[in-house]
Design a protein around this ligand. Structure first.
Ligand code: SAM
Length: 347
């Protein structure tokens, strides 16, 4: 990784830096915001099975103010997540307000949403009209029975599939499907997912399982590594690698021999991409997390509540980003799980 570099060198006429850099020279332009840590699914690899929030939610106007602070500092991409973000009352208003925001260069934000898709069928058109650009839907199987064993919600496969189709019809594209693979749970779905990507005209992203679950399921052996996924799909549908579009792209992308369809593999465990990470996260209770595996959280909302002005909050964000971790330590001796699990951080 590059040697530490000073805080962003140049500044705009407002005195704010033109881009936010961390101490390793990485440009931070991607913000993930959890707007609730409640979820209506109880995926076996994520939740223990209890429902309900563990952390408070902020008002929609408060999320907007916090997000705007990051946009002032160079964030260009905002992804709303949770918990399950579509459970959150006011999400359409938030999307509408975010769509009206402009970066310091006058550009619109790249506005995306990650959802389990359960409530998407009825909301897709409305979200698109409000200004949402894209959605990513989490689907961990294409076999309905396997899917419902994972989500622990009867009838969920048909509901989510209808949501995926509604989102595609509404133009929330390119539509991505995230599939977390676990050996012995859903690794028999890999080849069928490749076919699904082609049949449904969606981009399927396989994600290696990380130690971020509420319980204690993670072992190195349960992770299905990138190499195995590529080999198995290649045996039934030959793959062609696609060139990365930018340095911070997390997925290794492939198309099929005839160029129809795309799959990608996000391999944070076996092929980490921390050196190119461009992300920070805001939890549903307004804390900044500079890495999924951070041991520390930074209470931006607390400072806002205490009456700090935008200038002070900007300075706090810039200082916090300077402390972004070099990398995660999954699988290393002494690795510590963060105090919050994925559903309470915002995936
Ligand atoms: N409810 C929304 C959804 O289902 O997409 C957003 C929140 S969910 C926590 C975000 C993503 O994180 C999902 O795609 C989920 O599969 C993924 N995820 C959850 N636990 C994970 C883990 N331990 N490792 C990797 N991905 C995980």
């Amino acid at each position: 990784m590059a040697a530490p570099s000073p805080i962003a060198a140049s500044a705009t006429t407002t005195g704010l830096p033109v881009a936010m850099h961390d101490s390793y020279g990485r440009v931070i332009h991607d913000l993930r915001v959890s707007i609730t840590d409640r979820c209506n699914y109880k995926c076996v690899y994520c939740r223990t099975g209890e429902l309900g929030a563990q952390y408070p939610e902020l008002g929609i106007g408060e999320y907007l103010r916090l997000i705007k602070l990051f946009v002032d500092l160079g964030v260009t991409k905002v992804r709303l997540t949770g918990g399950e973000p579509l459970l959150r009352r006011g999400i359409v208003d938030l999307v509408r307000e975010l769509a009206a925001l402009r970066t310091p260069d006058g550009a619109k934000l790249d506005l995306a949403l990650t959802t389990n898709g359960h409530l998407l069928e009825s909301l897709a058109e409305t979200l698109k009209s409000a200004g949402l650009n894209r959605v990513t839907v989490s689907m961990d199987a294409v076999d309905p029975a396997v899917f419902e064993r994972i989500t622990r919600v009867p009838g969920s496969f048909a509901t989510v599939l209808a949501g995926v189709r509604a989102a595609r019809a509404a133009g929330l594209t390119p539509l991505k499907i995230n599939c977390v693979l676990l050996r012995g749970f859903n690794d028999d779905q890999i080849e069928a997912f490749a076919q699904f990507a082609r049949d449904e005209d969606v981009v399927v992203r396989f994600i290696e399982f990380m130690p971020l679950e509420e319980g204690r399921l993670w072992t190195p052996e349960i992770v299905v590594p990138l190499r195995e996924i590529v080999e198995r799909i290649g045996k039934v549908l030959p793959l062609k690698p696609l060139a990365p579009r930018d340095a911070s792209e997390t997925a290794r992308r492939y198309t099929f021999a005839d160029g129809v369809g795309e799959i990608g593999i996000i391999a944070p465990v076996t092929q980490p991409f921390c050196g190119a990470c461009s992300r920070v996260r805001l939890t549903s209770d307004g804390k900044i997390r500079t890495c999924l595996f951070s041991q520390l959280e930074h209470d931006l909302y607390g400072r806002m509540r205490a009456g700090e002005n935008d200038e002070e909050l900007h300075a706090y964000i810039l200082r916090t980003v300077q402390g972004k971790e070099a990398r995660h330590h999954i699988g290393e001796p002494g690795f510590l799980k963060p105090s919050r699990s994925m559903v309470h951080i915002g995936g």
